[in-house]
Design a protein. Structure first.
Length: 241
């Protein structure tokens, strides 16, 4: 595990974008595992900027997203498919037919989850997985639990996650209570993992992720077992280390 200190959010985003751009340049047909939320937003903006300057080509890239709210359609403004289109896919030359986001409207959730796992295998696995870190240590929507959930599954969102995400909705009542998310095995099978962490509210979770015991109570702690993890965090997020 490599810990890379960034001066601030902008510096963190640029450092993460550098690693992702190198992946795309070195393997043009790579598979990127992508995340949503405020943490990776600056990374996407930087990648868009480099693409528009002619430095990057995403035409052969495939992507799989970590998660999606259950019950939201792809057209819903708070769905993660909408987020990815608005903040990344619509601004680069990626083939949207090769961008995959869990289906929040899937009727047979168990079947969909198994099919999503199969899809990841069929496209060759994830070359680079981008992650954020929740205040409670969650990665993807893998919330603190008694066990590490292996594969893609439906999860009940923790109160702290609902509280953190309510700023994106009109009210807390509008925040979905469930989500579909890749499991820990899906994430750990990625060849490389890049974690972006910003803000003092993530400091405790980051310390426990890096230096605490490996436990499903802090899902991010499992990353200690991965052979190629880079954590890029700003000074505020590293304030307890």
């Amino acid at each position: 595990m490599i810990i890379c200190k960034a001066q601030n959010y902008t510096d963190m985003s640029r450092k993460a974008a550098n690693i992702i751009s190198a992946q795309v340049i070195m393997k043009p047909d790579c598979v990127l595992g992508l995340a949503t939320g405020s943490s990776p937003l600056g990374t996407y903006k930087q990648l868009i900027d480099w693409y528009q300057k002619g430095d990057l080509n995403f035409s052969k890239v495939s992507s799989v997203n970590l998660d999606e709210y259950r019950g939201l359609s792809p057209e819903h403004e708070q769905s993660y498919r909408y987020f990815m289109n608005e903040n990344f896919f619509d601004h680069i030359n990626i083939d949207k037919a090769r961008t995959f986001v869990p289906d929040g409207l899937a009727l047979d959730v168990d079947k969909f989850c198994k099919d999503y796992d199969k899809l990841i295998e069929e496209i060759g696995g994830i070359d680079l997985q981008l992650l954020g870190l929740g205040r409670n240590g969650h990665i993807g929507f893998n919330e603190p639990s008694d066990i590490f959930a292996r594969d893609t599954h439906c999860v009940d969102l923790a109160p702290s996650t609902i509280d953190a995400n309510k700023r994106f909705f009109n009210s807390e009542e509008d925040v979905p209570r469930q989500a579909l998310t890749m499991g820990i095995r899906n994430i750990m099978m990625a060849k490389k993992i890049v974690v972006v962490v910003s803000g003092k509210d993530k400091a405790k979770a980051l310390k426990e992720t890096i230096y605490g015991p490996i436990t499903p109570k802090i899902p991010g702690s499992v990353l200690q077992l991965h052979p190629d993890v880079i954590i890029i965090a700003d000074e505020a997020a590293l304030s307890e280390i």
